[in-house]
Design a protein around this ligand. Structure first.
Ligand code: SF4
Length: 455
């Protein structure tokens, strides 16, 4: 399976609760068009379970399902389209199902926030289509497993049985499922991680497709930073009434002669993008929306504060980051609802650390060590979003994820000793820690800061 889907252009604030829900809505529309007679469709009911129910409203899952069921693709959802669809659904009480049939819609009765958890994953939603005489025409449960990846029950069961058994991967000449296998391939072929990732992707895409994907992603990341420092509103949506900080930080930094200002610049890049995500703006999930600012903040640091971050290095950076992200996705989790924030900010920091090292000329061994160091110091990080919003602690956490990635990268590149812990060990440990973590700390807003700070 290609790893180009590790980065996805979509909307904030959450890849599992917003982007994944839009995608689930799109999938249901496509299935309904194939399976049922649309003339008999009368209404749709959506039931959110687990974390999607507990923090769904703060993460805009209720709005996301309306956009998804209206047939809108996440990457095309600008603010005008978002508002016009919501206005129609909430004020006129009409939903343009899949863009092919207008049906009645009642927010209060058609969207249900259940206290139950679905059996296979913390993020689940059931979508049902009813006929005029109230018969179920179609029913599907979708699981949003993190990073905007969505599976139905059958697909997730198969994936759970063996995450590495991707049908398409069976006959690949070049394949890997662990850091150890990556390192063996790199050693045999004298590649770094970016070269391995590139050769791997060439089994699925042309050179031009890989290049244009990387630059489209980089363009969208820079655009989200620009929008973050030029916001339409100085306040973020939601009950916290949180003031955006990136604008003020960027104004103050212009005049700064502080030798530590570099740290503030890295924070600025991350905070601006994370605030854009929290506002529901267009961002790149990397590998998730909650952690969307870590990778671009490190890239902006290299672009603005180092020499020679050219097109080749940008490609190396993104190719390496997606390869490391794929190892977390295959062997652990990139979902805060499944393994806490260590799976989101930790994975993003690990990806960025290896990517920075590779783009600066590090070998695969050194880059894997950078990825390991970055994750090692995120182990145990809980997910406890205040008010169920992707704001506190999420926004600042992106800044720390980026700073740790840069530190990890530099530590790995300058070390003279042999590491004791390897990348596969840390990925396994992160997942085990996540499984042991109390459900209160896995994107339910029932514990930690979310409980201390009541809003
Ligand atoms: S605490 Fe971390 S995992 Fe949880 S919503 Fe915020 S960024 Fe995502």
């Amino acid at each position: 399976m290609s790893n180009l889907s590790i980065f996805k252009i979509g909307i904030g604030p959450s890849s599992s609760h917003t982007l994944g829900v839009v995608i689930a809505g799109n999938l249901f529309c496509a299935k309904a068009r194939d399976k049922i007679k649309l003339d008999s469709l009368n209404r749709i009911k959506v039931t959110f379970y687990g974390s999607l129910s507990l923090t769904g409203k703060g993460h805009l899952s209720d709005k996301a399902i309306i956009w998804g069921l209206s047939g809108c693709k996440a990457r095309e959802l600008d603010s005008t389209t978002q508002e016009s669809i919501l206005k129609k659904a909430l004020e006129s009480k009409k939903l343009d199902f899949g863009g092919f049939k207008e049906i009645d819609f009642n927010y209060k009765s058609d969207l249900v926030f259940s206290k139950e958890f679905a059996p296979l994953h913390q993020n689940a939603l059931k979508i049902e289509a009813f006929s005029i005489d109230n018969r179920i025409l179609l029913e599907e449960i979708y699981y949003s497993i993190g990073g905007g990846f969505v599976m139905n029950e059958v697909e997730l069961k198969k994936y759970r049985e063996n995450p590495n058994s991707q049908e398409k991967s069976k006959n690949l000449a070049l394949d890997f499922n662990s850091a150890k296998e990556c390192l063996a391939l790199c050693e045999a072929n004298k590649w770094n991680l970016a070269e391995l990732s590139y050769e791997y992707e060439l089994q699925f895409h042309t050179k031009e497709e890989i290049r244009s994907y990387c630059f489209e992603i980089w363009e969208a990341m820079q655009e989200s930073y620009y929008n973050g420092i030029h916001p339409k509103s100085l306040y973020l949506p939601g009950s916290l009434n949180l003031k955006r900080r990136a604008v003020g930080l960027s104004e103050r930094l212009v005049m700064s002669s502080d030798p530590m200002a570099i740290i503030d610049f890295i924070s600025l890049y991350a905070i601006a993008i994370a605030e854009e995500n929290a506002s529901g703006g267009r961002v790149v999930s990397a590998p998730t929306n909650g952690a969307c600012a870590v990778v671009p903040a490190v890239m902006l640091y290299l672009k603005n504060h180092s020499v020679g971050f050219n097109d080749g290095r940008i490609m190396d950076f993104l190719l390496t980051a997606m390869l490391i992200g794929s190892l977390y996705k295959k062997n652990a989790s990139i979902s805060g609802a499944e393994a806490g924030c260590q799976a989101e900010i930790g994975s993003a920091s690990s990806m960025a650390a290896a990517a920075m090292a590779t783009s600066m000329g590090a070998s695969a061994k050194v880059a894997c060590n950078a990825a390991e160091i970055a994750m090692e110091h995120h182990l145990g990080l809980t997910c406890d979003p205040v008010g169920g919003l992707v704001q506190i602690p999420c926004i600042e956490r992106n800044a720390f994820g980026a700073i740790k990635a840069i530190s990890a990268s530099r530590m790995a590149m300058s070390r003279k000793s042999t590491p004791i812990v390897n990348l596969d060990d840390i990925i396994k440990t992160m997942y085990e820690t996540g499984k042991d973590m109390n459900a209160k700390y896995k994107e339910t807003a029932l514990g930690g800061l979310a409980k201390t700070i009541v809003c």
